[in-house]
Design a protein around this ligand. Structure first.
Ligand SMILES: Nc1ncnc2c1ncn2[C@@H]1O[C@H](COP(=O)(O)OP(=O)(O)OP(=O)(O)O)[C@@H](O)[C@H]1O
Length: 342
């Protein structure tokens, strides 16, 4: 099954210690049919469509009626705290976890999942290769298993900054280098979509920075990316779209930008509080008014408005404002509000 190839790191990990001459991949390879080259001329718009997908582990609804679409050329983040169902979702669409109910289809449903998986690069396990073999030898082995016809090793290793280190044994690599090699490996078949589960987990700040830069470069080259992360900061820096999960349920699906596309809020105060409150409550541009400490009112906007407009409005009603500030929630505040309210 193709997923065995996508999860090569796990397989290799499993077979560590087996002599190279009698590689367990020998038999494995002979049972595999060679992949047909990817048809680069196909410009499929919907890469993945998930419809009411659920996975229950006993009473635990790990993923609960999840529906979303992945469009070609974008970078999607599945964001959620630990245990919110991110890995289970990725596992289902990669055919390693059986859904309890619901459906998903790859590439507009024009091809079955088995064929679709040949057009996907995925890293959903810790990177692991044969420790005594070099990066290049490991990639050559992956290419052999995937029946790839002369992949451009230099291009992939250059992209992840490992070409200079290509002859070094895998066991001498740092965690960040191992993760970068795994990305190069997942890219060998020039996938339409690259799927990454917590790609920067366990890395130091420099390693995190390198991986994020690489992901951005891959996206710039037109590869669609779907990554799971529990880091808001990561999703904000890399992704154009975000699907937020909480306890298996989707609580937001949209662009990262519009996550905090609120029009902001005013903090306002006047000596004549009742008169000010009357004005604020009667103005249709305001969504809600609440009282803060220090005699302040917080006024959430439902349409754009600048401070000078509110100032003028108050002045025309004979109200003199002694405090007026316009603020906007940070993405983090929007995220916390989203997860809190649900
Ligand atoms: N094989 C399993 N058997 C039983 N429960 C499972 C299994 N796999 C996952 N779960 C449960 O499903 C829920 C979702 O887990 P999942 O790993 O998908 O979350 P996640 O968002 O990826 O978390 P993390 O960021 O920690 O990886 C959790 O409550 C987890 O304990």
């Amino acid at each position: 099954m193709v997923i065995h190839i996508l999860k090569i790191s796990t397989k290799i990990n499993f077979f560590i210690g087996v002599s190279k001459k009698k590689s367990p991949f020998g038999n494995f390879v002979t049972f595999l049919k060679c992949f047909r080259p990817i048809n680069k001329r196909l410009h499929l718009e919907t890469i993945l469509k998930i419809n009411q997908l659920s996975k229950h582990f006993g009473k635990n609804k790990a993923v609960d009626q999840l529906s979303f679409e992945i469009q070609k050329g974008h970078v999607y983040g599945i964001l959620g705290p630990n245990g919110s169902g991110k890995s289970t979702t990725l596992g289902m669409v990669l055919n390693v976890v059986n859904p309890t109910s619901g459906t998903f289809s790859w590439f507009n449903g024009n091809i079955d999942t088995h064929d679709a998986l040949k057009k996907i690069g995925a890293i959903i396990e810790h990177p692991n290769f044969y420790p005594s073999m070099s990066a290049l030898e490991n990639l050559e082995l992956v290419a052999k298993i995937k029946c790839l016809n002369e992949p451009n090793y230099q291009e992939k290793l250059d992209l992840v900054g490992l070409w200079e280190r290509r002859f070094d044994a895998f066991r001498t690599y740092s965690l960040g280098m191992k993760q970068r090699l795994a990305i190069a490996s997942a890219l060998l078949n020039d996938p339409e979509i690259l799927i990454l589960d917590e790609p920067t987990n366990g890395l130091d700040p420099q390693g995190i920075h390198q991986i994020r830069d690489i992901i951005k470069k891959i996206a710039e080259q037109g590869t669609t990316i779907l990554l799971a992360s529990h880091l808001l900061d990561e999703v904000e820096k890399i992704c154009s779209h975000v699907i937020i999960l909480r306890q298996g349920k989707m609580i937001y699906d949209g662009s990262v930008e519009s996550m905090n596309a609120s029009h902001g809020f005013f903090e306002v105060a006047a000596e004549n509080k009742p008169q000010l409150l009357q004005l604020l409550e009667s103005e249709p541009a305001f969504e809600s008014v609440s009282e803060l400490p220090n005699q302040l009112y917080k006024v959430i906007l439902k349409q754009p408005m600048e401070s000078d407009t509110l100032n003028k409005m108050a002045f025309e009603k004979g109200i003199v404002l002694k405090h007026l500030v316009k603020r906007k929630e940070s993405l983090e505040e929007s995220f916390l509000n989203l997860t809190k309210n649900e």
